[in-house]
Design a protein around this ligand. Structure first.
Ligand code: PAF
Length: 279
């Protein structure tokens, strides 16, 4: 497996792969890989001849006071994990390679970024869309793979790719969970043992909501309140949001008639955790 830091080098690698007639899969990541990332890579291996992952802690998607400086980083560990699942190349640029002096161009996906994490983290999706567009332009993948755990991110990237006529198919891969239900996240390293235990309330409350829908409940406000009450009963958890929107349009829902996204963000000590389920 090769590791590239420069845009020119990864472009040359892609050019050679294309010369062999290979399809290209891209898995954008911020590193500190876990099983969730590995499942994206395994899916990419199934669908593509050459698989590239990017590891780049993207400064433009972090707000002031967020965890950019402390975000976990370990390139050697990540490279070994990626190589273990057959990744062909890692693109690990420095911040100045992606945002050189004078950098001035950003992508704003409107409307669907105004709610959920977009409301709690102003500017976050502008940073995500911008870096992903740049990665798409650099690597020109046929397929790009993203986890359903970041449900809104996937919708934003799909919207951007469609709106800007990008020739990439955005593939959504199911959330990978620990055996106890906790969604895998690089930020889980911030959790102390008691917080890790308390964090199970995220997935268990989503499951309770799904069970309520299966039993016939269709009132979105009641389902949302059920989840809020369950999370509020956990003293270590502080709710950022619990919301239900239509999926994939993210329009307000009163009565659940079609697919609906129940998404939540909860602060647990230093960690801000997100999770979701499609009802
Ligand atoms: O999901 C992530 O890790 C990041 O938001 C992404 C898509 C790699 C963009 O920096």
């Amino acid at each position: 497996m090769l590791i590239f830091h420069d845009i020119a080098e990864i472009r040359e690698f892609v050019r050679q792969a294309r010369g062999k007639g290979h399809s290209i899969g891209l898995v954008p990541t911020m590193g500190y890989l876990h099983e969730g990332h590995l499942s994206l890579m395994r899916q990419a291996k199934k669908q593509c001849d050459t698989v590239i992952i990017s590891i780049f802690v993207n400064p433009t998607q972090f707000g002031p006071g967020e965890d950019l400086a402390s975000y976990p980083r370990d390139l050697d560990r990540d490279a070994a994990m990626a190589e273990g699942v057959g990744v062909d190349a890692v693109f690990n640029p420095a911040a100045a390679e992606i945002y050189p002096p004078g950098y001035s161009t950003y992508i704003d996906v409107e409307r669907i970024t105004e709610k959920l994490c977009g409301a709690s983290r102003p500017g976050h999706f502008r940073g995500v869309a911008t870096v992903v567009a740049k990665l798409f332009n650099i690597v020109k993948p046929d397929y790009a793979f993203f986890g359903q755990k970041d449900a809104q991110q996937v919708l934003v990237i799909k919207r951007m790719a469609a709106d800007l006529n990008m020739e990439v198919e955005v593939v959504t891969v199911p959330t990978v969970r620990e055996p106890n239900g906790l969604a895998m996240s690089s930020r889980n390293v911030y959790l102390e043992p008691d917080q890790r235990q308390a964090a199970l309330i995220l997935s268990s409350s989503l499951n309770r909501a799904a069970a309520a829908v299966r039993s016939g409940e269709r009132d979105a406000a009641k389902i949302r309140q059920l989840v809020i009450d369950l999370i509020k009963a956990e003293p270590l958890a502080e709710i950022d949001y619990v919301e239900i929107y239509s999926h994939p349009d993210l329009e307000p829902v009163e009565v659940i008639k079609g697919p609906a996204l129940l998404a939540l963000a909860v602060k647990m000590g230093r960690a801000r955790l997100i999770d979701n389920i499609i009802l």
